[in-house]
Design a protein around this ligand. Structure first.
Ligand SMILES: Nc1nc2c(ncn2[C@@H]2O[C@H](COP(=O)(O)OP(=O)(O)O)[C@@H](O)[C@H]2O)c(=O)[nH]1
Ligand SMILES: [Mg+2]
Ligand SMILES: [Zn+2]
Length: 309
C-alpha cells in the first residue's frame, strides 16, 4: 500500500500526491469509504494500484479539519483537513482594517483546532494612525503571533513586529489556509514568500473561466516552500452554525472573565458595574474582544427546537 495526500477532491475522483515518489496520480475511492463520509483535501490515505487504476482503501486519522455544520440536516460538512496554520491577513491602509473580521476568523481557528497568526501587510504604506502594538497585544492571550510585512519588498524588516524574513521562515513546509478581505495582498504575499513561479492571479482567472462548478471544490496547491489550501467554501463567514453556548467556548481568552463574573445570566457589558468585564477593571484590549463577542452573539439566531432535531 502507498501513502498519499489528497490534493483535489471531486465526488468520485481524487488527485493524490504519493508521499514516497512525490508523484501525482488520479485515484478512485472504494465505495464503502465514500459511504462513511467524504474524503477531503489534506486527507492522508492508503492507496493500492489495481491493474491501471489507483484505489483509495483507507483514510488515516485527521489531526484537525475545516468544517461547517448544516443544522437542518444535522450534518457536518468537512471541507479540508490536516491544516497546520491559519494565516489571517489584514492591512491598516486599504482595504480598511476590520478588527471584527479578524476575530471572526480567529473564532473558526479555535473551533477547527488550527493555530493562527495575523499578518499586518502593506506596512510600506501603513496608516500613521494605526496602533500596531495595541492590535497585536490584544491577541497575546490567544497566543496568536503577529507579523508586519510588505509584499512590495522581500527585504522589508518588520517595524515593532517580526517582518518578511521571519514570516517566510515560519511558513516553511506548512499546509496553510490564507484568509483576509480581497485586496489585502494574499496572492502577492504567497507568490513572494513561497519561492514558486506559479502565477496565482492567472490561476484564479482560469478557474473563473472554467465555470462556477469547478470553484466549489477545495484544492491543495503544492508550492516550493509551503502548501496552500484554496477553499471557496469557507469564504462566507456567517455564524449561523454556531450556538450562543458554543460561542462562549470559542473565546478562550475571555473564559476567565466569564467564570469570574458574579452575576447570574449576566449580559457581560463593559458599562455594567460589578460585571467581570466592567471597563474600569479590564484593559481596553479585552474590551475589543468583548465587543466582537457581543456582536457575534447578536448575530446568532437561536435555532427553533423543531429545526434542531
Ligand atoms: N503597497 C503595497 N501594495 C501591496 C502589498 N501587497 C499587495 N499589494 C497590492 O495590493 C493589491 C491587491 O493585492 P492581491 O495580492 O491581489 O490581494 P488579494 O486580493 O488579497 O489576493 C495589488 O495591487 C498589489 O500589488 C504591499 O505589501 N504593499
Ligand atoms: Mg488574490
Ligand atoms: Zn458579566
Amino acid at each position: 500500500m502507498l501513502k498519499a495526500k489528497i490534493l483535489k477532491s471531486a465526488r468520485r475522483e481524487f488527485e493524490c500526491l504519493l508521499i514516497e515518489s512525490n508523484e501525482t496520480v488520479q485515484a478512485k475511492a472504494k465505495g464503502s469509504l465514500l459511504k462513511k463520509g467524504e474524503l477531503v483535501v489534506g486527507d492522508f490515505v492508503f492507496i493500492e494500484k489495481e491493474q491501471d487504476e489507483y484505489i483509495i482503501l483507507e483514510l488515516l486519522e485527521r489531526k484537525n479539519s475545516i468544517f461547517r455544520r448544516i443544522i437542518r440536516e444535522n450534518k457536518i460538512k468537512t471541507v479540508a483537513s490536516n491544516v497546520d496554520l491559519m494565516a489571517i491577513i489584514c492591512t491598516s491602509s486599504l482595504p480598511e482594517y476590520k478588527r471584527g473580521l479578524i476575530d471572526r476568523y480567529l473564532l473558526r481557528a479555535v473551533q477547527w483546532n488550527i493555530p493562527a497568526i495575523v499578518i499586518f501587510n502593506k506596512m510600506d504604506e501603513a496608516n500613521t494612525d494605526f496602533n500596531l502594538s495595541f492590535e497585536s497585544q490584544r491577541l497575546l492571550p490567544l497566543e496568536v503571533q503577529c507579523f508586519a510585512t510588505s509584499a512590495k519588498d522581500l527585504n522589508y524588516k518588520g517595524e515593532y513586529l517580526p517582518g518578511n524574513q521571519e514570516l517566510q521562515a515560519f511558513l516553511k513546509a506548512q499546509t496553510i489556509i490564507f484568509l483576509g478581505q480581497s485586496g489585502v495582498g494574499k496572492s502577492s504575499l504567497i507568490s513572494m514568500l513561497s519561492g514558486s513561479k506559479i502565477d496565482l492571479k492567472a490561476k484564479e482567472l482560469a478557474k473563473v473561466g472554467k465555470g462556477s462548478h469547478t470553484t466549489t471544490w477545495s484544492e491543495l496547491i503544492h508550492l516550493d516552500s509551503f502548501d496552500v489550501i484554496d477553499s471557496p467554501g469557507i469564504r462566507t463567514m456567517s455564524l449561523q452554525d454556531v450556538s450562543k453556548d458554543e460561542l462562549t467556548t470559542l473565546f478562550p481568552d475571555l473564559e476567565e472573565y466569564f467564570i469570574q463574573c458574579k452575576f447570574k445570566d449576566c449580559h457581560h457589558e463593559s458599562n455594567t458595574k460589578g460585571c467581570a468585564f466592567f471597563k474600569d477593571e479590564v484593559s481596553s484590549e479585552v474590551i475589543t474582544r468583548l465587543e466582537s463577542y457581543q456582536r457575534f452573539k447578536s448575530e446568532i439566531k437561536e435555532i427553533p427546537e423543531w429545526e434542531k432535531n
